[in-house]
Ligand binder design. Structure first.
Ligand SMILES: *Cc1c(COP(=O)(O)O)cnc(C)c1O
Length: 372
């Protein structure tokens, strides 16, 4: 019997159990518990920000950021088409309009050169999303933001511990967001955080995650918020994971290097870029793209790997090809060929922190077998 290789398995063998037991022993399990603040402070400091506001997940972290910046009806926000739905959903739910750019075929990140062409008098912000392990080239975006007076939301969900030109991802622009889903570099089960240097933005985020209760008249509301609170139990996991962030990043990097070695020299596959002049890949996931002469796409490759009990995930499906947005009259007839190709020919192979060397070797052997 071949053992299944899951697409992701987290490592929880540090102080996670100890801190969780502390929650139970002290009775602190809700969002009022002391670990929440400690995790917010330590995580924010780690990514070079003054304030951290922990929320229920990385998707609502984006909703919270969009709310804090006051984006809404009539506003346009430029973002990559190749990303998770959460990014566009946050913009659309706030009543603003996402405006898309294609991906760069080499870094897989948003093509920075297409941004300026999309700026109109209604553009209010750029939502930057770092994809799969390499940061977006931030400098040109920061200059555009300066030149046109635009806000920047940085979705750093896949970038814990990553840097751009030596500066932490999550420290760029007005406000940044993280996710702590179990496939991220550090996890709290479900969870997310908004980080910023702006006290007023941080206060808006805190209010939004807690139903916009007012400090003076608690049950009288000026605005509508949500219950996006983060629990002491989640923070217990987060603190234990954060202690090991450097180790985890190093582990992911060495896994990425190993996969790259094992897959080197094959003429049918495009591999993630190991580094650019501004960053070294941290391989949030190890994605691969089947070259055009392979007679089938990602779906068929993933199906065949599943027969070998190897877990995979497809790449993101572009925002301009989402039926839900077409129904809203968005992106009709728009084409972004690089992202379309990545979505059809790209997928990622097992890349969780608990993956072993033997498992990686089997993944690559079986992958070669199913393509041949
Ligand atoms: C994972 C992820 C999210 C969403 O985070 P959840 O915690 O799963 O809601 C948002 N943006 C990016 C880029 C992600 O990778």
């Amino acid at each position: 019997m071949t053992e299944p290789i899951p697409v992701n398995e987290p490592l929880l063998d540090g102080n996670e159990k100890k801190y969780l037991i502390e929650c139970i022993d002290t009775g602190w399990i809700s969002s009022e518990g002391p670990f929440v603040k400690e995790f917010e402070e330590k995580f924010a400091a780690r990514v070079g920000r003054k304030y951290g506001v922990a929320v229920s997940n990385g998707s609502v972290a984006l909703d919270t950021a969009v709310y804090a910046l006051g984006l809404g009806k009539g506003d346009e926000v430029i973002m990559p088409t190749f990303t998770i739905i959460s990014c566009a959903a946050a913009i659309v739910r706030a009543g603003a309009k996402p405006v898309l750019v294609d991906s760069d075929p080499v870094t897989w990140n948003m093509d920075v050169n297409q941004i300026e062409l999309k700026i109109t008098p209604r553009t209010k912000a750029i939502m930057v999303v770092h994809i799969y392990g390499l940061p977006v080239d931030m400098e040109p975006i920061l200059s555009l933001a300066e030149k046109y007076g635009l806000k920047i939301i940085e979705d750093a969900a896949e970038m814990h511990g990553q840097t751009y030109k030596g500066k932490p991802c999550g420290s760029f622009g007005d406000i940044s967001t993280f996710s702590f889903y179990p496939n991220k570099h550090i996890t709290t089960g479900e969870g997310g955080m908004v980080v910023t240097d702006d006290e007023e933005l941080a206060e808006k985020c805190r209010s939004f995650r807690n139903l916009c209760f007012q400090p003076k008249k608690r049950f009288v509301h000026d605005e509508l918020g949500f219950n996006f609170r983060f629990t002491n139990l989640q923070a217990a996991l987060g603190l234990a994971q954060l202690e090991r962030l450097d180790e985890f990043v190093e582990r992911k990097r060495s896994m990425g290097r190993r996969y790259t070695e094992l897959l080197a020299g094959l003429d049918w596959v495009e591999l993630p870029l190991p580094k650019t002049d501004y960053a070294e890949n941290i391989y949030w996931v190890y994605g691969i793209i089947l070259k055009d002469h392979v007679p089938f796409g990602a779906d068929e490759a993933m199906r065949r790997l599943a027969e070998h009990k190897i877990g995979t995930r497809p790449f993101f499906w572009p925002m301009h090809e989402q039926p839900v947005f077409h129904k809203m009259g968005l992106f009709k007839g728009e084409r972004y060929p690089v992202a379309e190709r990545m979505a059809r020919r790209g997928f990622y192979i097992p890349s969780g922190l608990a993956l072993t060397e033997e498992q990686m070797e089997r993944v690559v052997t079986d992958l070669k077998g199913i393509i041949a």
